[in-house]
Design a protein around this ligand. Structure first.
Ligand code: MN
Length: 191
């Protein structure tokens, strides 16, 4: 099965200034496209050829895992951003408070995990099989699906995600990113 570049649910200039058009042109248009192209080149003739992207992420390792997970992670990351952010819906706010003490405490802990990742990686909010919410700091292409957890929210902290707009200032990117999160989508993923 051939994997395709997903459509963005907003225009490439719609997230500026927090995330510029140039960042999306590179991050979505070039980085994500390259992961997809690599994946499509690597899977013909392997057991992964007819699997869904999620199955590949759960089962592959090495280069196929890296390119499949980067495809999955970026698709999820971009689809969870919005130019018209609204507040956190009550059910999700309650769940976050239950797990982390308060919504503010969750944001602080998630920001700290994102900023603390050494080198390239992804911060995640995920739900474990018992329904509990967890924050995960993953390096490389790491994804909670490989740990049997359901991803709810992710933040890309690879340098390519912020270097055009923020240079080396990852913490400033993390701070600005909070205002782009589509909380309705995050809530819709709760089990
Ligand atoms: Mn990225």
């Amino acid at each position: 099965m051939k994997h395709l570049l997903p459509r963005l649910p907003y225009a490439q200039d719609a997230l500026a200034p927090a995330m510029s058009k140039e960042t999306l042109e590179y991050h979505y248009g070039k980085h994500l496209q390259t992961y997809i192209d690599n994946l499509n080149k690597m899977i013909p003739g392997t057991p992964y050829e007819d699997m869904t992207l999620e199955e590949i992420v759960k089962k592959a390792d090495g280069g196929i895992f890296n390119n499949a997970a980067q495809t999955w992670n970026h698709t999820f990351f971009f689809e969870t951003l919005t130019p018209r952010p609204a507040g956190i819906p009550p059910r999700l706010a309650e769940k976050l408070s239950e797990s982390f003490g308060s919504v503010e405490a969750f944001k602080e802990e998630f920001s700290k995990a994102s900023i603390g990742i050494f080198g390239s990686g992804w911060a995640w909010l995920a739900q474990d099989p018992a329904g509990r919410l967890k924050i995960l700091a993953e390096s490389g292409a790491g994804n909670p699906l490989t740990k049997g957890m359901k991803p709810l929210l992710t933040l890309d902290v690879w340098e390519h995600a912020y270097y055009i707009d923020y240079r080396n200032r990852r913490a400033d990117f993390v701070k600005a990113w909070w205002d782009l999160v589509d909380w309705k989508k995050v809530e819709g993923r709760l089990q």
